[in-house]
Structures are given as C-alpha cells and as structure tokens.
Design a protein around this ligand. Structure first.
Ligand code: ATP
Length: 307
C-alpha cells in the first residue's frame, strides 16, 4: 500500500453515511503513482473523536468500534477478488482516519430494488451468481462476512458492464484470528437478515456465526431480488426475530419456481442443513436456478441490463 495524504485528493460529493463518518468521492490531483489504480475513489472517513467516544461507552453498546475499524482495514488489505471492494491506501489527519476504496458508481442493490421492485430473472441470476462468488471466495479464505444485505452490495460500471462488489467488512470475522475453541459469537448484522443461530434458537447449535450464517442472509437477498421485498417482515424487530426463529415466511404468487427451491434449500434453520453447508460451493453452483451460469470469470462476462 502506498502512503498518500488528504491533500493529495480533490474532494467531491458525499456518497453515503457510514456508522463512523461519511464516505466521500475523491480524485487524485496528480497522476496516480500506480498505472493500475483508478482515478476516483470512495474514501471512508472515520472520525477519531467519534471512535473514542463510542469506545468509552462500549460497556453499554457491546460494540468494539476501534476493533471494527481495524478489522475492515486488515481484511480489505488481505482480500483480493473482483467481487469485493479493494482498499488502495489509508491515511490520517489529527481528526480522521481515511480508507481509499474502489469507487462503485452505480449505487447499491437496495437502491436498485427500491427503484425497480424486483429484478428480471436473468439479471437476478447473474448478480446473485456474483454475490455467491464473493461469498465462496471469502469462505475459502476463512472469512465470515456477517452483514450480507442489499445495502452492502455495491454496483459499478466496468468495461464489460455493471458488476457487483461486496463492501462493509467492519463486522466480518477472520476465522484465523480466533483462538482454539473460540467462536464468532458477538451479535452483529441487520435484523432482517440475521440467521436463527445468532438468535440462539437452538441450544445445540449455540449462538455463533458460522459460514452458513452468510448463506442464510444471502438467501434473504435471493428472495428480495426476485420478489422486491425481504422474506421476513414484521412491525418490530422482536416480531421479526420470532418469524426468523420459526422460519415463518411465504412466497408471493408468481415467484420464480427454481428461485423458490433455492431459497427453501438455503433458508434451513439448522446451518448444517443449508444448501452449500460445509463450504460445499458446488451444491449452490449446480442448483437448477443457476443452470445457465458459467461461473468462470463472471466479472468479465457481459451482464444482462438492469437499468
Ligand atoms: P453501516 O452503518 O451500514 O455499517 P458503514 O460505516 O460500514 O455503514 P459502508 O456501508 O461501508 O459504511 O458505507 C456507507 C455508504 O457509503 C454505503 O451504503 C454506500 O452508499 C456508500 N459507499 C461505501 N463504499 C462505497 C464505494 N466503494 N463506492 C461507492 N459508494 C460507497
């Protein structure tokens, strides 16, 4: 990673609000030090004051914000996949930490679904195959994302068309950092996509995030992408959790048949019964829903149009 400073960038519009500060579009003033670098970046600004304040109330919130910031930096530095945002450099000022990440110029999947309602099945199939490719890569590298949701699935134009990249690794778990016998037990993630094991529905399974927790969340994304709304919906988080624990969801009329079997096989209460459990990626790749997908170099293939 090359060292740059905040003054090396021209600062543009705010792209989004993160938990610890803004994400801002930034362009290098001088030609990039590396020919393979992009010209624009999404720079995540993390307020040091906010991090310290959050840290001082960690005993109440249970959130180790400092650790989350470093987890994101460490994981993005070591991961390299066409389906995951890249971290190019980090720098600091007295007030803030900055992470310069690959800029995705087409918004996120949540915005797209809000706009479209649902995706046409061929487009859904292609982008869901890219999402699973991201997960297969992460799980092969012993990382559990723990916050898979449409908001964390970014879209960006490249030579072959619009492709997907997964972001937000603040709550991801690097399994290699767990000590012997330790498990990824902190409750993180978003209510609609949280897996039953994290709600402690089954004492035998325990309250731990496992690779298959990402598959549960991905199944909710499959459902959302094909139906235009998430599978578990309720007026309160409490009621939503009750629905998740009892696997209480149904399909709207006209839901794609093979999409339905994919969702059903993934949304199994017991992690070991989910399609693709035990990192058996081929079970998912060979599912009839994906029969038209050529899984090799998806990021170089021309995707179906979505806009
Ligand atoms: P959260 O509160 O969801 O955990 P966070 O602090 O982890 O947020 P991100 O989710 O990484 O922050 O980013 C916040 C928002 O900034 C995203 O929803 C997206 O709109 C925008 N954003 C983040 N990274 C990029 C990127 N690489 N390209 C374009 N926009 C981005």
């Amino acid at each position: 990673m090359t060292r740059l400073v905040a003054g090396d960038f021209e600062w543009g519009r705010v792209l989004g609000e993160g938990s610890y500060g803004e994400v801002v579009l930034a362009r290098l003033k001088d030609p990039s030090p590396f020919p393979d670098w992009p010209t624009e970046f999404a720079v995540k600004k993390l307020s040091k004051r906010f991090i310290l304040k959050e840290q001082s109330i960690m005993h109440r919130t249970g959130r180790d914000v400092q650790k989350q910031c470093f987890t994101e930096k460490n994981l993005l530095s070591k991961l390299s996949s066409p389906f995951i945002v890249s971290l190019f450099t980090t720098f600091t000022t007295t007030e803030e930490l900055f992470y310069a990440i690959s800029y995705q110029d087409q918004g996120d999947l949540r915005e797209l679904l809000n706009e479209k309602g649902a995706l046409e099945v061929n487009a859904a199939r292609f982008y869901l195959a890219e999402l699973f490719s991201a997960l297969f890569y992460l799980h092969d590298n012993l990382v559990i994302h723990r916050d898979i949701k449409p908001e964390n699935i970014l879209l960006g134009k490249s030579e072959s068309g619009v492709h997907l990249k997964l972001c937000d690794f603040a709550t991801a778990k690097d399994v290699t950092t767990l000590k012997d016998g330790e498990r990824a037990s902190t409750f993180v993630g978003s209510a609609e996509y949280v897996s039953p094991e994290l709600l402690g529905y089954d004492e035998e399974v325990g309250k731990y995030a496992v690779y298959e927790s990402d598959l549960w969340a991905a199944a909710s994304v499959v459902y959302f992408t094909l139906a235009g709304l998430p599978p578990f919906r309720a007026e309160s988080e409490y009621l939503m959790y009750r629905k998740i624990e009892t696997n209480d969801y149904s399909f709207p009329e006209g839901f794609h048949e093979e999409g339905k079997t994919l969702v059903k096989e993934l949304l199994q209460l017991k992690p070991c019964e989910r399609l693709g459990a035990g990192r058996n990626h081929s079970d998912i790749k060979n599912h009839p829903f994906f029969k038209e997908i050529n899984w090799t170099d998806l990021h170089k293939q021309e995707p179906p149009t979505i806009r």
